[in-house]
Design a protein around this ligand. Sequence first.
Ligand code: AMP
Ligand code: MG
Length: 341
Amino acid sequence: MKHSIIIAPLLAVLICTTSCRSLQPTHSAERDVFAMDTFMTMKAYGDGSESALAAAEKRIRELETELSVTDKNSDISRINMANGADVKVSQDTVRLVEAGKTYWQETAGALDISIYPVLAEWGFTTGEYRVPDEATIARLLENVNAGAVKVGDETVRIPVDSMIDLGALAKGYTGDEIMDLFRGNGVTSALISLGGNVQAFGTRPDGSDWRVGIKDPFTPDENMCVVSIADKAVVTSGNYERYFTADDGKTYCHIIDPADGYPADNGLVSVTIIGSEGLQCDALSTALFVMGTDKAQTYLNEHTFVDAVLVTDDARILYTEGLAGKLEIMSDMPSEVIARD
Ligand code: AMP
Ligand code: MG
């Protein structure tokens, strides 16, 4: 009796592992990386998985070296310290700064890569948080203008007193670059998470969709829903990721609204964008967070190439109808579909 109790579950496990294994490719590899100030995990399947993940880690480190705003030798630091002169930079930097300008235009200034001096004044770059006085914010905002950033074939130039930071875009771009490395290199399926930016290469090894959890912004150690995806990125910007509570009792988050220089507080507590390109999802998650409840919904109505899950500060989940059948909601929050015309 005692034995059968132990053997039955054991048999079940054995049957499952043998039958599941027959569906899986023989090779798989995993790699964890700490880079870009965050934990990254990658899992890949296929004959080339080991070497593809080694190449991915190398690429992550290369991009970090180019794009870090704190490393004095990075492209970004050299641009920021150039006193208005042209700076020769890598093609990654050219592409990303160009993308920053495009999304600035595309989002009516909600995404602005030149917001950095304001972000620094609030202490988000050092952890020495403070609420700046209004005059300081107004003065710093005078130099916030991604339109004044000039990009050449191999150079970037910004006005004196301006500074840029690609923190809102870099991980999304890195995800796309890793997907490129997987393509044609013996990887059949893969899932990577770059500090919460999740991106899938193909389907799961058994051909089913990957299931990606989206955090509940009110209790970030729990998922509020799971989205099923293949060949897509899932990128979230949330107020719970980095914030501080000031003496005035208010909580301020790390995404700044370029319209007034204050941490964005326009009705949303998290924005998740689901789409085929990591860079686009990353740019839009930050930008739609800034736009807030109404403008973000209008944007999603006019731009149907991405899907989104928004959470409002009064605890409602709003999602695009493209996710119908792909989104499993576990939360008690009421949910509604963002109607698209
Ligand atoms: P994400 O986590 O992708 O939403 O990006 C947030 C990061 O982007 C912040 O930590 C800042 O470095 C930077 N950032 C904050 N506000 C903005 C903004 N309005 N436009 C562009 N970058 C921003
Ligand atoms: Mg972003």
